[in-house]
Design a protein around this ligand. Structure first.
Ligand code: PEP
Length: 254
């Protein structure tokens, strides 16, 4: 079943106390909100707060994701966190391939493919981020760029494994800039991604795949973005840091 997902990427924000307050406020909103089985609400706080988040979210309408994972199960990788560690904290999802990690930590689709494998082994859903830069869009290379990213990071998977993957289309020029993709641009790229998945895997795999939009999505533009047939929700950065604003985005899926 294809799911509609609203995921909050907190990035490196909030103190422990602020995180606790934000999660509690969000849970209060979600308590009174009815959520169909095909919808999922997810927060991805910084890793020191993952256990707090999974504890607070237990038995509630909220899932928890990490923002990064190391491809190795354990060992001498100071500062890193592994998929078995995430699993032991009952983390359900993990973002991989975010453009900030590609830019600042030199992640590539090859290293992201290894992270995806580690997550799959531990039954954690990978939220695979892809998207073109402004320069690439201005030279009309966006489809080529995103097509190649998907090919490199996902083509080694089986159709069965692909069910454990969510794709987030996040044009780099839209992230944190206040300049979101238009609903038409988002729909066009999401339809392209679904077609790619259909061609490389199967029509069924493509139909089941949740493809999220990310990049300056907020409560004002969410409805027009999510009302497109191939946009199955959003990966929300800045606007996920405020419980009221994030909840408004959640409601725009209704
Ligand atoms: C993100 O970083 O995943 C993101 C979508 O950020 P923002 O919503 O702040 O543009």
């Amino acid at each position: 079943m294809r799911k509609k997902i609203i995921a909050g990427n907190w990035k490196m924000n909030k103190t422990f106390q602020e995180a606790e307050e934000l999660i509690s406020d969000l849970l209060k909103h979600l308590e009174a909100h009815s959520l169909e089985d095909d919808k999922e609400i997810l927060i991805c706080p910084p890793s020191p707060y993952l256990e707090l988040a999974t504890d607070l979210a237990q038995g509630r309408k909220l899932k928890v994701g990490a923002q990064n994972v190391n491809a190795n199960d354990f060992g001498a990788y100071t500062g890193e966190i592994s998929a078995p560690m995430l699993k032991s904290m009952e983390v359900n999802y993990c973002i991989v391939g975010h453009s900030e990690r590609r830019k600042y930590y030199h992640e590539t689709d090859e290293s992201v493919a290894d992270k995806i494998n580690a997550l799959l082994k531990n039954e954690i859903i990978a939220v695979y981020c892809c998207g073109e830069t402004l320069e690439e869009r201005e030279s009309n290379k966006q489809f080529d760029v995103v097509g190649k990213q998907i090919e490199k990071a996902l083509s080694h998977l089986t159709s069965e494994q692909l069910k454990q993957i969510v794709i987030a289309y996040e044009p780099v020029w839209a992230i944190g800039t206040g300049k979101n993709a238009s609903p038409e641009q988002a729909q066009e790229m999401h339809a392209y991604i679904r077609k790619q998945i259909s061609g490389k895997f199967s029509k069924d795999a493509a139909e089941e795949m949740s493809i999220l939009y990310g990049g300056s999505c907020n409560s004002k533009n969410a409805k027009s973005l999510f009302s497109n047939p191939d946009v199955d929700g959003g990966l929300i950065g800045g606007a996920s840091l405020d419980a009221d604003e994030f909840f408004k985005i959640v409601k725009s899926m209704d």
